[in-house]
Structure formats: structure tokens, C-alpha cells
Write a protein that binds this ligand. Sequence first.
Ligand code: NAD
Length: 397
Amino acid sequence: MIVKPKIRGFICITSHPDGCAAHVQEQIDYVKSKGPVEGGPKNVLVIGSSTGYGLASRIVPAFSSGANTLGLFFEKPGSEKRTGTAGWYNSAAFEKAATAEGLFAKSLNGDAFSHEMKHKAIELIKNEMGPIDLVVYSLASPRRIDPDTGEDYRSVLKTTGGEYTNKNLNTDKGIIEEVTIGAASQEEINNTIKVMGGEDWELWINALDDAGVLAPGVKSVSYSYIGPELTWPIYTQGTIGMAKKDLEVTRARINSKLNEKYNGSAFVSVNKALVTQASSAIPVVPLYISILYKEMKEKGLHEGCIEQIQRLFADRLYTNDIPLDEAQRIRIDDLEMRSDIQAAVAKSWDLITTDNIADLADLDGYKQEFLKLFGFGLDGVNYDAETNPETSPASLA
Ligand code: NAD
């Protein structure tokens, strides 16, 4: 099959197996170029491991401390007629590269919120891996079926105050429009917390603990975002922000448990705003990211998921004295939040219109990175050649 991008709104409905492999390889090469992370984990479970921050969180321990990894995700395989999702191909490429270096790398595809997937992961850990010393929880999902009640919860991206209007990037047309985001009802807030809050992270830790598959000193980490004031109504003070607050409250409980039983610890890491499948769906944020990229690239401070997570492991998680903010969070959004960067972004935000977008924002960079998420635009890939849409992770083939 010859595969070209087909973009529909904020998603690309095709993905390129060889391009995804090249994207994964680029990340592996970066991690190797940074050298080993001393004291890094050896047996890692990544929940949400196929794209974005979760994929980077699988690549970093594997290629910087030789970790065995079990990756869990919700992706679609390809068929003769249709391409699979990018996360499916990313995971195929990851497994191939990791096993080529003698590392254990297996994957599970299914709903991480279900009891069934927790059970499958535990069986695999017991039978094939041994106790886990790092659990990364990096899910981004629009819905969750409660495993006990069967109730289907949907998350929403709304404010928790009144209506909010701001500039928004129409990524298809490359123009700036206004977007008005409505206020969520209490039920919508509760549902978003149910989907994106800490409940399922804690259920995972409890299940792993009950099964006796956590190692002494085990660490767990989940990801959050804060960002500047201009995105607060839609993010930090919006429904998703309420879910992230819940994640922080849960972290404290998980931390106490891991600390008491394993001399372990749990963290929330606040990461940089980046183009991923999840973030491109949030109103306002893609325009902020485009302006941010321009400022950070100009100052030589730009990072993608892999640079962020490499730094998280090397300079934070696996150091003797992990620096935390006043709310006990790890901050790797430090460069994004630097006052000179934020002042420049705020200035451009006020001035930006469709006419000056090329001067004030890195729209091309945004689009390139978006396409890369689906395996398009990578050097060395012949996009006119046949590629095999049925490429699959070896452990799931
Ligand atoms: P992403 O869309 O790239 O990845 C989401 C992952 O979750 C994928 O592996 C997907 O397969 C998996 N997934 C989704 N639903 C699932 C389910 N039901 N069962 C199993 N797997 C499922 O998202 P991302 O942007 O990397 O986000 C990961 C985390 O990082 C989120 O908590 C997000 O809030 C946080 N974060 C993102 C940004 C950003 O700018 N992208 C910034 C800071 C923090």
C-alpha cells in the first residue's frame, strides 16, 4: 500500500508504518546520544505507551538503562485495506529495536481502565518479567467505562467558570479565529475527573501491590500540565485541570502506600505543552504551542517529548535529591515557564492575527510535528514506495 496523510480536523486518519518506525528510531538515537541514566529502572510498566509522552517514557528507560518494558495502549492494527493507528506502528518499531538489543519488550492492546487488562498485565509480569520498579501512567483518553459499574463516562474540555472566548488556530486553514468555550456542568466536571483524574492510576497501583509484583524502591509517575495564565480557563482552571488536581491528591495517597510498603515513591511531573494527539484536540492550546515553539526554538530551548522525558529521568527521577515544587510536583516545564519565554509569548499572543501568523508563530513547525505523529515527513522514508499496513508489534502479531 502507498500511504499518504489524510487529515480530518485535529486527527490524521492514516499513518505510515515506516515513517512511524523512523520517528521511533529518531527518539532512540537521541536517548543513546545522551548516554546511560545511572541507577535507572530495570523493569518498567508504561500505561499509555504507544504515542506522545508515554512512548518517550518507554524509549528512555529501555535505551538509557537497558530496561525491560511492558507497554499498554489502545490502538488499532492495520489490515490489507486500511492503515492501523500510529501508536500500533510505533509499538511495532519499539519492540523490534528493543528486542534487537536483547531487551524484553512486550505489549498489551486494550482498555487500560478494565479489570481484564490489569489482570493480563499482572499475569505477564509474574510469568515473564518479575517485579516492576517503575510504573508510568500516561493515559490520555476521552472516555472511561467504570470497570465495576459498567457506566460510560465522557470527559469534556470546558471551563469551570463562565463562558470563555479567546483566539484559536484553525490548523486546517492556517487562520486565526475566535473560539468560545462553554462552562461545564458539575456532572461534566465529575465525569472528566472520573476519566482523567487519579482513580485508575490508584487502581493500577493497588492491583499491582495486591498481586505482589512491585519491587523494593518502586517509583510511579504520572503527567500533568500547568502553562501560562492565558490557557488557564481552558486548562488549569478548566475541567481537565480539575482532573489533574485529583491526580495530585491521588499521588499523595499512592506515594504514602509505596513509601510504607516498598520504600518507594510516586510523582506528578508537570511537562511542557507539546504537539500530541491529545493536545491537538484542546481549543486555544495549538495556537499557544505554535507561538511557544517559535520563541523556544529561537532561544535554542525547544524540546519534544523525548528530550523532556530524557531530562525527567536523568535530572529528576533518578537523582539522589529530586527537586520538587511547593506542591510536591516535579517540574520539567521549567524552560517553557521561564519569564523571558512567557513574556515574549504573551506579547505575540496579543498581536497575533491571520496576517502576521508566519512572523509570530511557528505554524510550519506545528504542522510538521503534527504530521510526524502519524509517521509523515521523516527523512529517509520513501513515501511513494509500497509499505506494509499489516506491520504489527511482534508480541501482538
Ligand atoms: P497521547 O494521545 O499521545 O497518548 C495517549 C496514550 O494513552 C496512548 O498510548 C493511547 O493508546 C493510550 N490510551 C488512551 N486511552 C486508552 C485506554 N482506554 N486504554 C489503554 N490505553 C489508552 O497523549 P499525551 O499528550 O502523550 O498525554 C499523556 C499524558 O501527558 C496525559 O496525562 C496528558 O495530560 C499529559 N500531558 C500532556 C501534555 C501535552 O502537551 N501533550 C503536556 C503535559 C502533560
